[in-house]
Design a protein around this ligand. Sequence first.
Ligand code: THU
Length: 137
Amino acid sequence: MTPLELVNLAIEAREHAYVPYSGFAVGAALLTKDGKVYQGCNIENSAFGPTNCAERTAFFTAVYQGERDFEAIAIVGGREGQPVSDLCAPCGVCRQVMREFCKNDFKIYLSKGDGDVLTYTLSDLLPLSFSKDDLNR
Ligand code: THU
């Protein structure tokens, strides 16, 4: 699975977004260490707070299925009904959820949908993080 293939699965997942309030559709594709992919989209709610981001939909689906070892996630977002044209970086809450299940070298692929993929690590996007390692010290 190449980074671009994972991005394309995130673009596909984005089609499932339920975004009647923001109109901003996000898709994610989460790759496990053994090569399985779990897709997710954002799912909004009229009370706003219960909205779930695409990344967390992908993580929670995978964790429910028993997955615990993750290699990378691809994330794309943009106005619903339009092609992706800008980068969509994960929100702070999703970065912290990634940290629960991933080490600092977990890879995050972002794309403007133009065939280019930018690669970050979790420690790039969540430096000096707090995790269960801190609790166990
Ligand atoms: N959103 C995501 O799905 N992932 C992110 O990391 C950024 C924000 C969603 C939440 C909400 O449905 C919409 O984008 C606008 O914030």
